[in-house]
Every structure is written in C-alpha cells, then in structure tokens.
Write a protein of this length. Structure first.
Length: 94
C-alpha cells in the first residue's frame, strides 16, 4: 500500500511484512511508519500509454498516476486487467 503525504508518494508498505513485524515485535507498534517503508511505486503521468503501464506493472504491484490536477491515484495490475477487459467487451459489441 502506498504511503502518501502532501500529494507525494513517499514509499510503500508491504502488508505481509508489516504484519509479520508487528506480530513478532510488540515494540514495533511504537515506531513510525517510515521505518517500515520500502521504495515508492513508480509514478507516471495519466496519459502514459497502456504498453508502458503493462511494462511497469510487470515488475511492480502498482503504479502511482499523477493526474492533470496534480493529485495521485493508484493503478494496480487488477485495475489494468479490468480496464482492458471492459474495452475488449465494448469492442465486441460493435
């Protein structure tokens, strides 16, 4: 999951790793989330071509999409698959 502050993705948390750490070390609950962060997801513009998105999502679970209004959105592999499926079904109706 992304860690976002002031409109920027600072990093990400691996939920499984975080859970394992919290269960193994009661003191971990007193630490700042920054201590558990990993590198941020790649960031792309909202007009990034589908092939580039697919390429990035081949190595990452998600990408952060910078919208024209400067806000951030997250795009996962599942989101991209759903969008492609929806587009394909729309093309079949023609």
């Amino acid at each position: 999951m992304p860690v976002v502050a002031e409109g920027n993705c600072l990093g990400r948390l691996d939920e499984a790793r975080l859970l394992q750490t919290l269960l193994a070390n009661a003191e971990a609950w007193n630490h700042n989330v920054v201590e558990f962060m990993e590198r941020p997801f790649p960031e792309v513009a909202e007009d990034t071509p589908l092939l580039r998105l697919a390429e990035l999502l081949g190595g990452d679970q998600a990408v952060m999409v910078r919208r024209a209004d400067a806000s951030l959105a997250i795009l996962t592999k599942a989101d991209l698959i759903f969008t492609l499926l929806k587009a394909e079904r729309g093309n079949q109706g023609r």
